[in-house]
Design a binder for this molecule. Structure first.
Ligand code: GLY
Length: 366
């Protein structure tokens, strides 16, 4: 069992990583069940196999579960579903001392966290992330949001959970594609500021994707530690430190937009290709040796992740992709800050990027 703290003064919280933790939910969640109940939000996929396990784990305890099962998928991060969830909470008599539990991946975590931020001006929430992406990234750090017709994650708030319970064993039932997509966010921590961890990924990536429990736990613990540290330093992405976590996301966002935020390219896959493009563009600008960028693409390719525009099946013009980027919420003063790299483990925020040069790069790269 490993416990990691996100150090944010009075908003500090623990993250527990423990294989089998879900089965010990009564012990871990007991302290959050004021009024002896917890409000659980999940989706129909996760709910069908993990909700019964959570219910069994709480059987015989004094905790009652009040459960809402939402449709699976990104479409649930909508005003309509948020309204439905908050209406349901109010109808069930939620109080500010109650705690919501997000049992699911990033969609459930984001929606639950935002509902917790606004219902009755705020109640607590706990994350039980059930995808690799949610375990290593979205459940930690308090970014909560829904989508609007103008774009993804544009309506939301920073709202830290009170506790994150990570059980790596729940990943056994995660589809291979989702596991691989989540692994892109694991690699990201190596590329940002930890070359040794990227070495570890090169050696252990296939073991992790074969669901070796030790490799999974090691990667989750390492990633969560890295993220907790960054969030503790720059909770609201003000100093530029937390922005490092967006490596690959600006290019990736353009690819996701071009593919209609659909199953053609899921978020982690777009981030994988986006990181390769960020390294490729860093080579073009003279920041990074070509051999370093090649190591990145080689590893992504070796584990079956997209590593280029072509492998992500995106064939749009550079200008069209840049137009997508300009809808990014990070646009500031008519330009976009980009995460580039001097090498593996040496990412930095560049604020002087000329978007027409990015468009030319995208036209010239495959
Ligand atoms: N996923 C990036 C962040 O949490 O800041």
């Amino acid at each position: 069992m490993t416990q990691i703290t996100v150090a944010l003064g009075e908003y500090s919280y623990p993250i527990l990583v423990q294989p089998g933790a879900l089965e010990k939910a009564a012990k871990h969640l007991g302290g959050f069940a004021s009024n002896q109940r917890l409000f659980v939000l999940t989706d129909e996929h996760v709910g069908s196999h993990l909700l019964p396990r959570l219910e069994r784990a709480l059987d015989g305890s004094v905790i009652d579960l009040v459960v809402k099962v939402l449709p699976a998928g990104e479409a649930s991060k909508s005003w309509r579903q948020l309204e439905m969830v908050t209406d349901w909470l109010l109808a069930e008599g939620v109080e500010r001392s109650d705690t919501l539990v997000a049992l699911g991946g990033g969609v459930i975590g984001d929606l639950t966290g935002f509902a917790a931020a606004i219902v009755k001006r705020g109640c607590g929430f706990v994350q039980i992330p059930t995808s690799l992406l949610a375990q290593v990234d979205s459940s930690v750090g308090g970014k909560t949001a829904i989508n609007s017709s103008a774009g993804k994650n544009l309506i939301g708030s920073f709202n830290q959970p009170r506790f994150v319970l990570i059980d790596p064993l729940v990943l056994n039932s995660l589809p291979d594609r989702e596991l691989r997509a989540g692994y892109a966010e694991v690699i990201k921590y190596g590329l940002i500021n930890d070359k040794h961890f990227f070495d570890w990924c090169e050696t252990n990536g296939s073991r992790l994707l074969a669901r070796d429990p030790d490799a999974l736990s090691e990667a989750i613990i390492h990633s969560v530690r890295a993220k907790a540290l960054i969030v503790g330093e720059d909770e609201k992405e003000l100093s530029g430190r937390r922005a490092l976590l967006n490596l690959g996301h600006t290019f990736g966002h353009a690819l996701e937009a071009e593919t209609g935020f659909s199953g053609r390219l899921v978020h982690g896959e777009a981030v994988a290709a986006g990181m390769a493009l960020a390294f490729g563009y860093s080579v073009r600008r003279g920041h990074c040796a070509a051999a370093e960028a090649e190591r990145v693409t080689t590893h992504l390719q070796s584990v079956g992740l997209p590593y280029s525009l072509a492998s992500a099946s995106v064939r749009a013009s550079g200008q069209r992709l840049v137009d997508h980027m300009m809808h990014d919420k990070k646009m500031s003063g008519g330009t976009l800050p980009f995460l580039l790299a001097n090498g593996i483990g040496q990412s930095f925020l560049a604020k002087d990027v000329d978007l027409s040069d990015v468009a030319s790069f995208l036209d010239e790269t495959d």
